[in-house]
Design a protein around this ligand. Structure first.
Ligand code: NIG
Ligand code: FE
Length: 430
Protein backbone atom coordinates (compact mmCIF):
# COMPACT_ATOMS: atom_id res chain seq x y z
CA UNK A 1 0.00 0.00 0.00
CA UNK A 2 2.48 2.64 -1.10
CA UNK A 3 1.71 6.12 -2.31
CA UNK A 4 0.02 9.27 -1.16
CA UNK A 5 -3.70 9.94 -1.47
CA UNK A 6 -4.93 13.46 -0.76
CA UNK A 7 -8.68 13.94 -0.40
CA UNK A 8 -9.46 17.63 -0.32
CA UNK A 9 -12.27 20.15 -0.10
CA UNK A 10 -14.86 17.85 1.50
CA UNK A 11 -17.93 19.91 2.29
CA UNK A 12 -17.95 18.02 5.61
CA UNK A 13 -15.31 15.68 6.91
CA UNK A 14 -17.11 13.43 9.40
CA UNK A 15 -14.20 12.30 11.58
CA UNK A 16 -16.09 10.51 14.44
CA UNK A 17 -12.99 11.33 16.48
CA UNK A 18 -12.60 10.72 20.18
CA UNK A 19 -14.01 7.20 20.52
CA UNK A 20 -11.01 4.97 20.07
CA UNK A 21 -10.54 4.01 23.73
CA UNK A 22 -14.19 3.49 24.60
CA UNK A 23 -17.28 3.17 22.39
CA UNK A 24 -19.44 6.27 22.29
CA UNK A 25 -22.49 6.31 24.53
CA UNK A 26 -25.49 8.58 25.15
CA UNK A 27 -24.91 12.19 23.96
CA UNK A 28 -21.39 11.32 22.79
CA UNK A 29 -22.96 9.26 19.99
CA UNK A 30 -24.10 12.58 18.49
CA UNK A 31 -20.59 14.05 18.58
CA UNK A 32 -19.33 13.12 15.11
CA UNK A 33 -16.41 15.55 14.90
CA UNK A 34 -17.34 17.46 11.75
CA UNK A 35 -14.67 19.52 10.00
CA UNK A 36 -16.28 21.85 7.46
CA UNK A 37 -14.11 22.17 4.32
CA UNK A 38 -11.78 19.42 5.42
CA UNK A 39 -9.01 17.31 3.94
CA UNK A 40 -7.37 13.96 4.69
CA UNK A 41 -4.00 12.62 3.62
CA UNK A 42 -3.25 8.88 3.49
CA UNK A 43 0.36 7.71 3.15
CA UNK A 44 1.27 4.07 2.69
CA UNK A 45 -2.25 3.02 3.65
CA UNK A 46 -2.47 5.00 6.88
CA UNK A 47 -3.97 8.39 7.68
CA UNK A 48 -1.22 10.96 8.33
CA UNK A 49 -3.14 14.23 8.25
CA UNK A 50 -6.69 15.33 9.12
CA UNK A 51 -7.67 19.00 9.16
CA UNK A 52 -8.86 22.04 7.30
CA UNK A 53 -8.21 22.58 3.58
CA UNK A 54 -5.89 25.46 4.38
CA UNK A 55 -3.71 23.45 6.80
CA UNK A 56 -3.73 20.50 4.42
CA UNK A 57 -2.27 22.54 1.56
CA UNK A 58 0.63 23.48 3.81
CA UNK A 59 1.14 19.87 4.91
CA UNK A 60 1.01 18.46 1.39
CA UNK A 61 3.72 20.90 0.24
CA UNK A 62 6.15 19.19 2.61
CA UNK A 63 5.61 15.77 0.94
CA UNK A 64 7.71 14.18 -1.78
CA UNK A 65 6.48 11.70 -4.39
CA UNK A 66 3.41 11.29 -6.55
CA UNK A 67 0.18 12.46 -4.93
CA UNK A 68 -3.19 11.09 -6.04
CA UNK A 69 -5.46 14.08 -5.40
CA UNK A 70 -9.19 13.54 -5.08
CA UNK A 71 -11.48 16.54 -5.08
CA UNK A 72 -14.37 15.96 -2.66
CA UNK A 73 -16.14 19.28 -3.33
CA UNK A 74 -19.86 19.03 -2.61
CA UNK A 75 -19.40 15.68 -0.90
CA UNK A 76 -19.07 14.41 2.65
CA UNK A 77 -16.23 12.10 3.64
CA UNK A 78 -16.79 9.49 6.34
CA UNK A 79 -14.73 6.61 7.72
CA UNK A 80 -15.23 3.35 5.78
CA UNK A 81 -18.47 1.86 7.11
CA UNK A 82 -18.18 -1.20 9.34
CA UNK A 83 -20.69 -4.05 9.46
CA UNK A 84 -20.29 -5.74 12.82
CA UNK A 85 -22.69 -8.68 12.34
CA UNK A 86 -23.03 -10.79 9.23
CA UNK A 87 -23.56 -14.41 8.22
CA UNK A 88 -22.07 -13.71 4.81
CA UNK A 89 -20.44 -17.10 4.07
CA UNK A 90 -23.11 -19.58 2.98
CA UNK A 91 -24.29 -21.78 0.13
CA UNK A 92 -27.79 -22.07 -1.32
CA UNK A 93 -30.71 -19.68 -1.03
CA UNK A 94 -34.07 -19.46 0.76
CA UNK A 95 -36.30 -17.17 -1.26
CA UNK A 96 -39.34 -19.42 -0.73
CA UNK A 97 -39.43 -18.33 2.92
CA UNK A 98 -40.86 -14.92 2.06
CA UNK A 99 -43.98 -16.46 0.55
CA UNK A 100 -44.24 -18.84 3.50
CA UNK A 101 -44.04 -15.91 5.92
CA UNK A 102 -46.52 -13.87 3.87
CA UNK A 103 -48.87 -16.82 4.21
CA UNK A 104 -48.59 -16.65 7.99
CA UNK A 105 -45.62 -18.86 8.87
CA UNK A 106 -43.33 -17.48 11.57
CA UNK A 107 -39.55 -17.31 11.06
CA UNK A 108 -38.88 -19.40 14.17
CA UNK A 109 -41.47 -22.02 13.20
CA UNK A 110 -39.83 -22.47 9.80
CA UNK A 111 -36.59 -23.17 11.67
CA UNK A 112 -38.25 -25.53 14.16
CA UNK A 113 -39.73 -27.48 11.23
CA UNK A 114 -36.25 -28.09 9.81
CA UNK A 115 -36.18 -25.13 7.38
CA UNK A 116 -34.54 -21.74 7.79
CA UNK A 117 -31.00 -21.95 9.16
CA UNK A 118 -31.26 -25.74 8.93
CA UNK A 119 -31.92 -25.49 5.20
CA UNK A 120 -28.80 -23.38 4.80
CA UNK A 121 -26.87 -26.46 5.87
CA UNK A 122 -26.81 -26.83 2.05
CA UNK A 123 -23.56 -24.99 2.81
CA UNK A 124 -22.32 -28.52 3.55
CA UNK A 125 -22.55 -29.36 -0.16
CA UNK A 126 -20.53 -26.32 -1.26
CA UNK A 127 -16.77 -26.55 -1.62
CA UNK A 128 -14.56 -23.98 0.07
CA UNK A 129 -13.85 -22.56 -3.40
CA UNK A 130 -17.57 -22.17 -4.14
CA UNK A 131 -18.11 -20.40 -0.82
CA UNK A 132 -15.28 -18.01 -1.64
CA UNK A 133 -16.73 -17.24 -5.09
CA UNK A 134 -20.25 -16.63 -3.77
CA UNK A 135 -19.09 -14.59 -0.80
CA UNK A 136 -16.82 -12.44 -3.00
CA UNK A 137 -19.86 -11.22 -4.89
CA UNK A 138 -21.50 -10.22 -1.59
CA UNK A 139 -18.35 -8.45 -0.46
CA UNK A 140 -18.19 -6.56 -3.75
CA UNK A 141 -21.71 -5.31 -3.15
CA UNK A 142 -20.76 -4.32 0.40
CA UNK A 143 -17.93 -2.22 -1.05
CA UNK A 144 -20.33 -0.44 -3.37
CA UNK A 145 -22.33 0.50 -0.28
CA UNK A 146 -19.27 1.98 1.39
CA UNK A 147 -18.53 -0.95 3.72
CA UNK A 148 -14.82 -1.67 4.12
CA UNK A 149 -14.80 -4.05 7.13
CA UNK A 150 -17.25 -6.84 7.96
CA UNK A 151 -17.63 -9.40 10.69
CA UNK A 152 -18.42 -12.90 9.35
CA UNK A 153 -19.97 -15.72 11.35
CA UNK A 154 -19.93 -19.44 10.69
CA UNK A 155 -23.01 -21.44 11.63
CA UNK A 156 -24.41 -23.00 8.47
CA UNK A 157 -22.15 -26.06 8.42
CA UNK A 158 -23.01 -27.37 11.90
CA UNK A 159 -20.49 -30.20 11.61
CA UNK A 160 -16.88 -29.79 12.63
CA UNK A 161 -15.53 -29.94 9.08
CA UNK A 162 -18.22 -27.72 7.57
CA UNK A 163 -17.82 -25.07 10.25
CA UNK A 164 -14.06 -25.10 9.63
CA UNK A 165 -14.71 -24.83 5.88
CA UNK A 166 -16.80 -21.68 6.34
CA UNK A 167 -14.18 -20.11 8.60
CA UNK A 168 -11.32 -21.04 6.26
CA UNK A 169 -13.22 -19.39 3.39
CA UNK A 170 -13.58 -16.23 5.48
CA UNK A 171 -9.88 -16.30 6.35
CA UNK A 172 -8.86 -16.55 2.69
CA UNK A 173 -11.26 -13.79 1.74
CA UNK A 174 -9.73 -11.60 4.41
CA UNK A 175 -6.30 -12.22 2.92
CA UNK A 176 -7.31 -11.65 -0.69
CA UNK A 177 -10.38 -9.46 -0.94
CA UNK A 178 -10.09 -5.68 -0.35
CA UNK A 179 -12.77 -5.83 2.38
CA UNK A 180 -11.36 -6.81 5.78
CA UNK A 181 -13.15 -9.69 7.50
CA UNK A 182 -13.25 -10.48 11.22
CA UNK A 183 -14.36 -14.03 11.98
CA UNK A 184 -16.77 -15.33 14.58
CA UNK A 185 -17.36 -19.01 15.30
CA UNK A 186 -21.09 -19.68 15.60
CA UNK A 187 -21.39 -23.46 15.62
CA UNK A 188 -24.27 -22.91 18.06
CA UNK A 189 -26.49 -21.30 15.44
CA UNK A 190 -29.09 -24.09 15.40
CA UNK A 191 -29.33 -27.69 16.56
CA UNK A 192 -28.87 -29.75 13.39
CA UNK A 193 -31.55 -32.35 12.59
CA UNK A 194 -29.25 -35.25 13.40
CA UNK A 195 -29.08 -34.00 17.03
CA UNK A 196 -32.77 -33.05 17.33
CA UNK A 197 -33.40 -35.72 19.95
CA UNK A 198 -30.19 -34.99 21.83
CA UNK A 199 -29.33 -31.28 21.76
CA UNK A 200 -26.98 -31.56 24.74
CA UNK A 201 -24.80 -33.88 22.71
CA UNK A 202 -24.54 -31.17 20.04
CA UNK A 203 -23.60 -28.64 22.73
CA UNK A 204 -20.89 -31.07 23.85
CA UNK A 205 -19.63 -31.32 20.26
CA UNK A 206 -19.47 -27.52 20.00
CA UNK A 207 -17.63 -27.20 23.33
CA UNK A 208 -15.30 -30.16 23.21
CA UNK A 209 -14.53 -30.56 19.53
CA UNK A 210 -15.38 -27.46 17.53
CA UNK A 211 -14.13 -24.66 19.81
CA UNK A 212 -10.70 -26.26 20.43
CA UNK A 213 -10.14 -26.84 16.68
CA UNK A 214 -11.28 -23.34 15.71
CA UNK A 215 -8.88 -21.90 18.27
CA UNK A 216 -6.04 -24.26 17.32
CA UNK A 217 -6.32 -23.23 13.65
CA UNK A 218 -6.71 -19.59 14.66
CA UNK A 219 -9.88 -19.29 12.60
CA UNK A 220 -11.96 -16.93 14.75
CA UNK A 221 -11.70 -14.16 17.32
CA UNK A 222 -15.24 -14.32 18.65
CA UNK A 223 -17.74 -16.99 19.67
CA UNK A 224 -21.47 -16.40 19.17
CA UNK A 225 -24.60 -18.35 20.08
CA UNK A 226 -28.29 -18.11 19.12
CA UNK A 227 -29.75 -17.91 22.64
CA UNK A 228 -33.47 -18.23 21.97
CA UNK A 229 -36.51 -20.24 23.00
CA UNK A 230 -36.43 -23.49 21.03
CA UNK A 231 -32.82 -23.01 19.93
CA UNK A 232 -30.16 -22.80 22.72
CA UNK A 233 -31.15 -22.24 26.35
CA UNK A 234 -29.54 -19.60 28.56
CA UNK A 235 -27.65 -22.36 30.37
CA UNK A 236 -26.36 -23.96 27.16
CA UNK A 237 -25.43 -20.53 25.78
CA UNK A 238 -23.49 -19.70 28.93
CA UNK A 239 -21.59 -22.99 28.80
CA UNK A 240 -20.66 -22.42 25.16
CA UNK A 241 -19.57 -18.80 25.64
CA UNK A 242 -17.55 -19.70 28.77
CA UNK A 243 -15.87 -22.54 26.86
CA UNK A 244 -15.03 -20.12 24.05
CA UNK A 245 -13.45 -17.74 26.58
CA UNK A 246 -11.14 -20.50 27.79
CA UNK A 247 -9.83 -20.73 24.21
CA UNK A 248 -9.50 -16.97 23.79
CA UNK A 249 -12.73 -16.50 21.79
CA UNK A 250 -14.50 -13.34 22.93
CA UNK A 251 -18.23 -13.76 23.55
CA UNK A 252 -21.03 -12.35 21.42
CA UNK A 253 -24.66 -13.34 21.64
CA UNK A 254 -27.83 -13.34 19.52
CA UNK A 255 -30.05 -12.18 22.36
CA UNK A 256 -33.76 -11.65 22.98
CA UNK A 257 -34.61 -11.60 19.29
CA UNK A 258 -37.94 -13.38 19.30
CA UNK A 259 -38.97 -13.70 22.94
CA UNK A 260 -37.68 -12.10 26.13
CA UNK A 261 -35.29 -14.82 27.23
CA UNK A 262 -32.61 -13.33 29.50
CA UNK A 263 -30.10 -12.93 26.68
CA UNK A 264 -29.18 -9.34 27.54
CA UNK A 265 -28.62 -10.35 31.18
CA UNK A 266 -26.45 -13.27 30.08
CA UNK A 267 -24.40 -10.94 27.85
CA UNK A 268 -23.61 -8.80 30.90
CA UNK A 269 -22.89 -11.87 33.04
CA UNK A 270 -20.35 -13.42 30.67
CA UNK A 271 -18.81 -10.04 29.76
CA UNK A 272 -19.87 -10.24 26.12
CA UNK A 273 -18.36 -7.71 23.72
CA UNK A 274 -21.79 -7.34 22.16
CA UNK A 275 -25.37 -8.51 22.42
CA UNK A 276 -27.16 -8.43 19.10
CA UNK A 277 -30.84 -8.12 18.00
CA UNK A 278 -32.40 -7.31 21.44
CA UNK A 279 -35.91 -6.70 20.09
CA UNK A 280 -37.39 -8.09 23.32
CA UNK A 281 -34.62 -7.13 25.78
CA UNK A 282 -35.86 -6.45 29.31
CA UNK A 283 -35.29 -3.15 31.13
CA UNK A 284 -33.15 -5.01 33.64
CA UNK A 285 -31.11 -6.57 30.83
CA UNK A 286 -30.52 -3.14 29.25
CA UNK A 287 -29.46 -1.74 32.63
CA UNK A 288 -26.98 -4.57 33.12
CA UNK A 289 -25.58 -4.17 29.61
CA UNK A 290 -24.94 -0.47 30.28
CA UNK A 291 -23.19 -1.32 33.54
CA UNK A 292 -20.98 -4.01 31.98
CA UNK A 293 -20.23 -2.01 28.82
CA UNK A 294 -21.83 -4.54 26.45
CA UNK A 295 -22.38 -3.02 22.99
CA UNK A 296 -25.89 -3.40 21.55
CA UNK A 297 -25.61 -4.34 17.88
CA UNK A 298 -29.03 -3.46 16.50
CA UNK A 299 -30.36 -4.92 13.27
CA UNK A 300 -33.41 -2.95 12.14
CA UNK A 301 -33.25 -4.55 8.68
CA UNK A 302 -33.97 -7.94 10.23
CA UNK A 303 -36.99 -6.58 12.09
CA UNK A 304 -38.14 -4.94 8.84
CA UNK A 305 -37.68 -8.10 6.77
CA UNK A 306 -39.37 -10.29 9.39
CA UNK A 307 -42.09 -7.65 9.79
CA UNK A 308 -41.47 -7.25 13.52
CA UNK A 309 -41.23 -4.22 15.80
CA UNK A 310 -37.55 -3.18 15.99
CA UNK A 311 -35.44 -2.93 19.13
CA UNK A 312 -35.91 0.04 21.43
CA UNK A 313 -32.78 1.95 20.45
CA UNK A 314 -33.81 5.15 22.25
CA UNK A 315 -34.20 3.33 25.55
CA UNK A 316 -30.76 1.75 25.13
CA UNK A 317 -29.05 5.02 24.20
CA UNK A 318 -30.72 6.79 27.12
CA UNK A 319 -29.61 3.99 29.47
CA UNK A 320 -26.01 4.54 28.35
CA UNK A 321 -25.62 1.38 26.26
CA UNK A 322 -23.22 1.97 23.32
CA UNK A 323 -25.18 1.17 20.14
CA UNK A 324 -23.84 -0.19 16.84
CA UNK A 325 -25.86 -1.04 13.72
CA UNK A 326 -25.48 -3.81 11.20
CA UNK A 327 -27.15 -5.47 8.21
CA UNK A 328 -27.13 -8.97 9.79
CA UNK A 329 -26.58 -10.01 6.12
CA UNK A 330 -27.80 -13.62 5.90
CA UNK A 331 -29.96 -15.72 3.56
CA UNK A 332 -33.03 -15.92 5.83
CA UNK A 333 -33.77 -12.87 7.93
CA UNK A 334 -31.84 -10.09 6.21
CA UNK A 335 -30.70 -10.63 2.62
CA UNK A 336 -29.12 -7.22 1.98
CA UNK A 337 -25.67 -5.66 1.86
CA UNK A 338 -27.02 -2.13 2.03
CA UNK A 339 -25.75 -0.77 5.32
CA UNK A 340 -26.85 2.74 4.24
CA UNK A 341 -30.45 1.45 4.00
CA UNK A 342 -30.09 -0.04 7.50
CA UNK A 343 -29.00 3.43 8.64
CA UNK A 344 -32.15 4.87 7.05
CA UNK A 345 -34.24 2.26 8.85
CA UNK A 346 -32.53 3.05 12.15
CA UNK A 347 -33.72 6.65 11.77
CA UNK A 348 -37.16 5.88 10.41
CA UNK A 349 -38.11 2.88 12.55
CA UNK A 350 -36.01 3.32 15.73
CA UNK A 351 -35.79 7.13 15.83
CA UNK A 352 -32.01 7.23 15.94
CA UNK A 353 -30.64 10.52 14.65
CA UNK A 354 -28.46 10.87 11.52
CA UNK A 355 -25.44 11.61 13.72
CA UNK A 356 -26.06 8.61 16.00
CA UNK A 357 -26.32 6.21 13.07
CA UNK A 358 -22.97 7.36 11.72
CA UNK A 359 -21.33 6.66 15.08
CA UNK A 360 -23.14 3.30 15.21
CA UNK A 361 -21.77 2.18 11.81
CA UNK A 362 -18.21 3.39 12.38
CA UNK A 363 -16.46 3.63 15.73
CA UNK A 364 -19.04 1.71 17.80
CA UNK A 365 -19.13 -1.05 15.17
CA UNK A 366 -15.32 -1.12 15.25
CA UNK A 367 -15.43 -1.68 19.01
CA UNK A 368 -17.97 -4.48 18.55
CA UNK A 369 -15.38 -6.40 16.47
CA UNK A 370 -12.24 -5.38 18.35
CA UNK A 371 -10.87 -3.08 15.63
CA UNK A 372 -11.29 0.39 17.15
CA UNK A 373 -7.54 1.00 17.23
CA UNK A 374 -7.35 0.52 13.43
CA UNK A 375 -10.59 1.73 11.87
CA UNK A 376 -13.89 3.47 12.65
CA UNK A 377 -12.74 7.09 12.62
CA UNK A 378 -10.71 9.50 10.51
CA UNK A 379 -7.77 10.03 12.85
CA UNK A 380 -4.03 10.01 12.34
CA UNK A 381 -2.59 6.49 12.51
CA UNK A 382 -5.77 4.66 11.46
CA UNK A 383 -6.22 2.84 8.15
CA UNK A 384 -7.01 5.05 5.18
CA UNK A 385 -10.50 3.58 4.76
CA UNK A 386 -12.79 6.37 3.58
CA UNK A 387 -16.08 6.91 1.78
CA UNK A 388 -17.10 9.94 -0.29
CA UNK A 389 -20.86 10.30 -0.40
CA UNK A 390 -22.57 12.43 -3.00
CA UNK A 391 -24.23 14.56 -0.31
CA UNK A 392 -23.36 18.08 0.88
CA UNK A 393 -24.03 17.27 4.55
CA UNK A 394 -24.52 14.19 6.71
CA UNK A 395 -28.26 14.71 7.14
CA UNK A 396 -28.77 14.28 3.38
CA UNK A 397 -27.49 10.73 3.70
CA UNK A 398 -30.45 9.76 5.87
CA UNK A 399 -33.00 11.99 4.14
CA UNK A 400 -32.60 10.12 0.83
CA UNK A 401 -33.69 6.64 1.79
CA UNK A 402 -32.82 3.41 -0.03
CA UNK A 403 -30.68 5.44 -2.44
CA UNK A 404 -27.02 4.63 -2.81
CA UNK A 405 -25.14 7.92 -2.53
CA UNK A 406 -21.70 6.28 -2.40
CA UNK A 407 -19.43 7.97 -4.93
CA UNK A 408 -15.91 6.82 -3.99
CA UNK A 409 -14.59 4.15 -1.65
CA UNK A 410 -10.97 4.25 -0.58
CA UNK A 411 -9.44 1.20 1.10
CA UNK A 412 -6.04 1.69 2.75
CA UNK A 413 -5.50 4.70 0.51
CA UNK A 414 -6.45 2.92 -2.73
CA UNK A 415 -9.53 3.90 -4.72
CA UNK A 416 -11.71 0.77 -5.02
CA UNK A 417 -15.03 2.34 -6.01
CA UNK A 418 -15.11 5.32 -8.34
CA UNK A 419 -18.24 7.16 -9.49
CA UNK A 420 -20.26 4.50 -7.66
CA UNK A 421 -18.73 1.68 -9.73
CA UNK A 422 -16.35 -1.00 -8.58
CA UNK A 423 -12.89 -0.87 -10.07
CA UNK A 424 -11.47 -4.27 -11.07
CA UNK A 425 -11.55 -6.37 -7.93
CA UNK A 426 -9.83 -9.71 -8.47
CA UNK A 427 -12.04 -12.62 -7.38
CA UNK A 428 -9.98 -14.47 -4.79
CA UNK A 429 -9.34 -18.16 -5.27
CA UNK A 430 -8.22 -20.80 -2.81
O1 NIG B 1 -29.16 -13.10 13.05
N1 NIG B 1 -31.20 -15.24 14.48
C1 NIG B 1 -30.39 -16.06 14.11
N2 NIG B 1 -29.56 -15.98 13.09
C2 NIG B 1 -29.63 -15.10 12.00
C3 NIG B 1 -30.50 -15.60 10.91
C4 NIG B 1 -29.86 -16.66 10.15
C5 NIG B 1 -30.74 -17.23 9.09
O2 NIG B 1 -31.96 -17.14 9.10
O3 NIG B 1 -30.12 -17.85 8.21
C6 NIG B 1 -29.99 -13.70 12.41
O4 NIG B 1 -31.07 -13.20 12.10
FE1 FE C 1 -27.34 -12.82 13.06
Amino acid sequence: MSGITYIKRASQLITIRGGTKEPKRAQDMSDIGIIEHGSVVVENGLITFVGSDVEAERYVHTLNGHINTIDASGKIVTPGLIDAHTHIVFGGSREKELEMRLNGAKYIDILKAGGGILQTTSTREATEEQLIQETSKRLNRFLQYGVTTVEAKSGYGLTLEDELKQLRAAKKLNEKHPVDLVSTFMGAHAVPVEYKENPDEFVRLVIEEMIPRVAEENLAEFCDVFCEEGVFTVEQSEQILEAGKVYGLKPKIHADEIVQFGGAELAAKVGAVSADHLLQASDEGIKQMAKSGVIAVLLPGTAFFLMEKPANARKMIEAGVPVALSTDRNPGSSPTESLPFIMNLACLTMKMTPAEVLTACTINAAHAIGRADEVGSIEVGKKGDLVLFDAPNYQTLQYNYAVNLVDTVIKKGQVIVEGGALRDVPVPTT
